[in-house]
Design a protein around this ligand. Structure first.
Ligand code: THU
Length: 139
């Protein structure tokens, strides 16, 4: 099984565990880290709506909790007509740990997939170059 399919399988599986009683829109995400490890996340909603978290955020938190801070690939899936598109906040979160050529695959349950780079998803991204900060902790 190639990486794409493994990430897809993981994202589809974890999507089943999404807690989305309010939107009824379950999302699953799987990411591949620089070391080759894979991490998953699903959306977790809350009755206090803004407290809900996205699938991508969960997967990224799992990666960081495991001690990794670089990702190379992302796969996200939902039961949407068109392959689900990461929200703006998630694009910025992926950008934090990826790079402009990080591959992000958007999918739906019907097997439709679109693969884009982070640069295509978030052109002109706000990044460390915009700030005059010592960002040594990032690596
Ligand atoms: N959602 C995600 O988990 N990821 C995205 O990139 C798009 C939106 C979730 C948030 C909320 O629980 C539900 O989908 C509807 O917006």
């Amino acid at each position: 099984m190639n990486t794409d399919n493994e990430l897809a399988t993981l994202a589809f599986e974890v999507r089943e565990n999404a807690y989305a009683p309010y939107s009824k829109f379950k999302v699953g995400a799987a990411i591949l880290s620089e070391s080759g490890a894979k991490f998953v996340g699903c959306n977790v909603e809350n009755i206090a709506y803004p407290e809900g978290t996205c699938a991508e955020a969960g997967a990224i938190a799992a990666m960081v909790a495991a001690g990794e801070t670089r990702l190379t690939e992302v796969f996200v899936v939902a039961d949407s007509k068109q392959p689900v598109s990461p929200c703006g906040g998630c694009r910025q979160k992926i950008a934090e740990f990826g790079s402009s050529d990080t591959k992000v695959t958007l999918a739906n349950l019907d097997g439709v997939r679109v693969t884009m780079t982070m640069d295509e998803l978030l052109p002109g991204a706000f990044g460390v170059d915009h700030m005059d900060v010592d960002h040594k902790d990032r690596d």
